[in-house]
Design a protein around this ligand. Structure first.
Ligand code: CDP
Length: 556
């Protein structure tokens, strides 16, 4: 196999079983996932699919999310990356969920929670005659437990904490990560309604409501809340925003409940006890003779969807309620990685109209093919059991959702391509890998241009992370190697929106911001995300917290 040395290092440290080679790992996964075929057809068909699954993985054209690579065909057998659990307004309910969270994180799954149903701080507690401590204080319990569960020793647990913008404790929640020491195992997001943004625009008050009795607790200016969210995001990258009404307009099973939370990185809005398993197509491998290889892309979607549908059947579930929801809705999330590399190979700058058009073309193609494959699977295997409680009532379809764009943080490194739909972060940079070790990294795609540059020019690139000041490079080369921080925030949002149009679940994306951006500009970005019909948004201002990637290399 053609793996980079860093890919091999990651695989050895976290994915490979004792004495396993990467090929063995892909064989183990292909075999385990193909066993689902036996429920529906013959051993020879299962073998055929095992071979197809193996090939697309070993060629690094399609990879499932990390838990599938780590756990398929092993005793743990838990294959999904994304879960949402309910948090009830009772001590028993809260601690049941904490315990289930621990069980999930042990297997490498990430968990999301809405804390919006918890009564506010200072509210009465009947059974003890005391006062409630509020959502943020309970979140700390979740955070502590995550700290001590090291996801089977393989990666740090990840959580998403969501609070409704109407909750009386909303200000405490918004600012809970400002000290940059608390809630390190949490991403946090405020669930903002359409009404909230309308009130911001009209400069009106918002009622904060106690979820216990539905009574108005107090009023606050909507604008002040947006300001506080933007200030905190400016300061520490959190919270993000969930555009919760937009999420629910696309909820495929509204009669089963309203969606209140997402998984840790935001790409999958889920109902309580739902989970989702993800897989990503490596777009950098879908180019032939400088053109998009649509036939290959179509094939990869077909194989990817079948793979992910199979995962639902062979998965070992951490809880019966999760199994019931997973098998009832059969949600899966096929997405992409290598988008920046794909654009570079086609000679298209990331922040250009051409790139937006290409995003829509590629993702609508994938989404349509994913839908067709799911319909085909329904004809072979039946629709998802809750289909008649869904927006697809009366139509054959196997999966309540088919597509999702994940961050592909680790699997893109294994595949040796750029993560998700993110632009290049830098043409050269330092990256912290396992145990905080730092590795100097030069974008391989740039190597052929680097050959013709002087030593001084290479130094300059290392220092600045970008090639924009290298006069010796042709303008079009400088344009296609554009990096995240040179791309204006609007273009990050436009790219996310272009993909979101054709994704059933959501799109995980970081809106990278320069260090000197203002709080007002961040407010505008949040409003733009609402207008562009995103499902969620996360910003990251350079220098606001210790990122994983830092540049320029020379300064260190
Ligand atoms: O590349 P990989 O499959 O490892 O994961 P990803 O695409 O970066 O993240 C997908 C999802 O995995 C996240 O949204 C989380 O739900 C989960 N995850 C986690 O639980 N813990 C981590 N350290 C990273 C990801």
């Amino acid at each position: 196999m053609n793996l980079s040395s860093s890919a091999l290092e990651i695989l050895k440290a976290r994915y490979l079983r004792p004495n396993e080679t990467p090929e063995d790992m892909f064989r183990r996964v292909a075999k385990a996932v193909s066993l689902a075929e036996l429920y529906y057809s013959s051993p020879s068909i299962a073998e055929e699919w095992e071979e197809k699954f193996y090939k697309v993985m070993v060629n690094l054209e399609f990879l499932p999310n990390s838990p599938t690579l780590m756990n398929a065909g092993t005793e743990l057998g838990q294959l999904a990356a994304c879960f949402v659990l309910p948090v009830e307004d009772s001590i028993e309910g809260i601690f049941d969920t904490v315990s289930l969270m621990a069980k999930i994180q042990k297997t490498g799954g990430g968990t999301g929670f809405s804390f919006s149903n918890l009564r506010p701080k200072g509210d009465k507690v009947k059974s003890t005659n005391g006062v409630a401590s509020g959502p943020v204080s309970f979140m700390r319990v979740f955070d502590c437990v995550t700290d001590s569960i090291k996801q089977g020793g393989k990666r740090r647990g990840a959580n998403m904490g969501v609070l409704s913008v109407y909750h009386p404790d909303i200000e405490e929640f918004i600012t809970c990560k400002r000290d940059k020491r608390s809630f390190l195992n949490f991403n946090i997001s405020v669930a903002c309604s359409d009404e909230f943004f309308e009130k911001v625009e009209r400069d009106e008050n918002l009622d904060l409501i106690n979820p216990r009795d539905g009574k108005v607790w107090r009023k606050v200016k909507a604008k002040d809340l947006l300001r506080l969210i933007a200030e905190s995001a400016w300061d520490c990258g959190d919270p993000g925003i969930l555009y919760i009404d937009e999420i629910n307009r696309h909820n495929p099973t509204p009669s089963l409940g309203r969606i209140e939370a997402t998984n840790p990185c935001g790409e999958v809005p889920l109902l309580p006890y739902e989970e989702c398993n993800l897989g990503s197509i490596n777009l950098s491998r879908v180019i032939k003779d400088g053109k998009v290889d649509w036939e290959k892309l179509s094939y990869l979607v077909e194989v990817g969807i079948r793979f992910l549908d199979n995962v639902i059947d062979v998965n070992v579930y951490p809880d019966w309620r999760i199994e019931k929801m997973a098998k009832g809705n059969r949600k899966i999330g096929l997405g992409i990685m290598g988008w920046a590399e794909f654009l570079i190979r086609l000679g298209i700058p990331y922040d250009s109209e051409r790139a937006l058009l290409m995003a829509e073309k590629v993702m609508s193609f994938i989404n349509k093919k994913a839908f067709e494959t799911s319909v085909k699977l329904a004809r072979e295997r039946g629709s998802f059991p809750n289909v008649d409680k869904s927006i697809y009532r009366g139509k054959p379809i196997r999966n309540a959702t088919r597509t999702s764009i994940a961050p592909t943080g680790t699997i893109s490194m294994i595949a040796g391509t750029t993560p998700s739909i993110e632009p290049l972060f830098a043409v050269a940079y330092e990256k912290k890998v396992l145990d905080n070790k730092k590795v100097v990294y030069v974008e391989p795609l740039f190597m052929e241009y680097a050959k013709n540059l002087s030593e001084a020019e290479i130094e300059k690139i290392l220092e600045e992370g970008t090639v924009k000041n290298i006069d010796n490079l042709p303008e079009e080369v400088r344009r296609i190697f554009v990096t995240a921080l040179e791309i204006p925030p609007e273009w990050h949002i436009k790219m996310q929106a272009a993909f979101q149009k054709y994704v059933d679940n959501a799109v995980s994306k970081t809106i990278n911001l320069p260090e000197d951006i203002t709080v007002e500009e961040i407010e505008k970005i949040f409003i733009m995300g609402f207008k562009e019909k995103l499902k969620g948004i996360t910003v990251f201002r350079q220098g606001s917290k210790q990122g994983v990637i830092e540049f320029g290399v020379k300064k260190k």
